[in-house]
Design a protein around this ligand. Structure first.
Ligand code: COA
Length: 285
């Protein structure tokens, strides 16, 4: 196949969005899981947003002048995030995904990122194999959790909206836990009004950019995360990603009626610090 790679433009949103919807639909139906996008429109919306965001690098695969796939690299933090990568189901398993992955990995080298990470659907043998062959290591089994908001408080842990003046404390928590801060994302979430901090013993002991698919949270202990999850008024997107090895937190969520939607896997290449505390990763950062 004479496949050409090029940068994405706003005009690619519809073609890429339809492929994104169809590629995820096909693989999830094969495994009897709910589709990532219920209709093409949210996929087109997401890709329009990514194609317009200067902090996201995009690459499009074309065959005979027709778009057949796309991939994205989120470049806001020192650890870059990959995805979504999707290939037209008619041409999957013919090395187009490999080329789109190799291109974003080339970019991470060129831009000097310390590491790169992604989250894959754990049931998808092909993506797991491809990423592993390209040098990604499996870091953390995840459970995507969803359900009605819990509307509960954890005694001695108080949750409030985060503001600019909390940035330094949150960033140093992130640094202590992950070895780097995620200041840009947190700043965005503060601007959007979704960020929350939790206070315990007179100090900020955890924060979240929101409880949801494209958000992250961290805390000194599970109690911080329980407080943040408990007081979240909604779980954004498909739900939130919970490290499955954190049995205490998983049991706590299950006992309160939340359901496991699907298993996923956090993978990374390059710098990865084993987190030293409780965390909920985002699908992308
Ligand atoms: C995942 C996806 C992007 C991969 O792209 P693709 O073009 O189909 O895959 P490629 O042909 O480039 O690569 C597949 C590789 O996995 C290997 N592979 C596939 N199934 C395998 C299996 N069960 N066991 C071992 N290896 C396997 C292939 O041999 C190939 O290896 P190679 O590059 O060394 O030859 C594409 O299939 C897709 O869009 N899937 C649906 C959406 C999705 O899941 N996106 C990823 C979200 S994390």
């Amino acid at each position: 196949m004479d496949v050409i790679l090029r940068a994405g433009t706003a005009d690619d949103a519809e073609a890429c969005g339809i492929i994104c919807y169809e590629a995820f639909k096909k693989i999830s139906e094969q495994h009897n899981f709910p589709p990532d996008f219920p209709t093409p429109e949210p996929a087109i919306g997401l890709l329009s947003y990514l194609l317009a965001d200067p902090s996201v690098y995009s690459v499009i695969a074309e065959l005979d002048g027709k778009v057949i796939g796309s991939n994205f690299l989120w470049e806001k933090a020192i650890i870059a995030g990959v995805g979504p990568i999707t290939i037209d189901p008619a041409v999957q398993n013919q090395a187009v995904g490999r080329r789109l992955m190799e291109e974003v990995l080339r970019r991470t080298k060129e831009r000097g990122f310390a590491g790169v990470r992604l989250v894959q659907a754990a049931y998808h043998n092909r993506s797991l194999s491809l990423y592993t062959k390209l040098g990604f290591d499996t870091r953390e089994p995840l459970s995507l959790m969803n359900g009605p908001s819990l509307g509960l408080k954890v005694p001695c842990y108080s949750v409030r909206p985060a503001s600019e003046k909390d940035l330094a404390a949150c960033n140093s928590l992130s640094f202590a836990l992950h070895g780097h801060d995620r200041s840009a994302e947190l700043q965005d979430a503060i601007n959007q009004g979704t960020a929350r901090v939790v206070e315990h013993d007179g100090r900020i002991s955890g924060y979240t950019t929101a409880i949801g698919f494209i958000s992250h949270a961290l805390g000194e202990s599970n109690e911080d995360l329980k407080a943040l999850i408990g007081e979240a008024t909604e779980f954004f997107g498909a739900g939130f990603l919970l490290p499955t090895r954190n049995s205490d937190l998983l049991r706590w969520c299950l006992a309160r009626g939340l359901r496991v939607v699907q298993p996923m896997t956090l993978m990374s290449k390059g710098l990865y610090n084993e987190p030293r505390g409780a965390f909920l990763p985002s699908i992308i950062y």
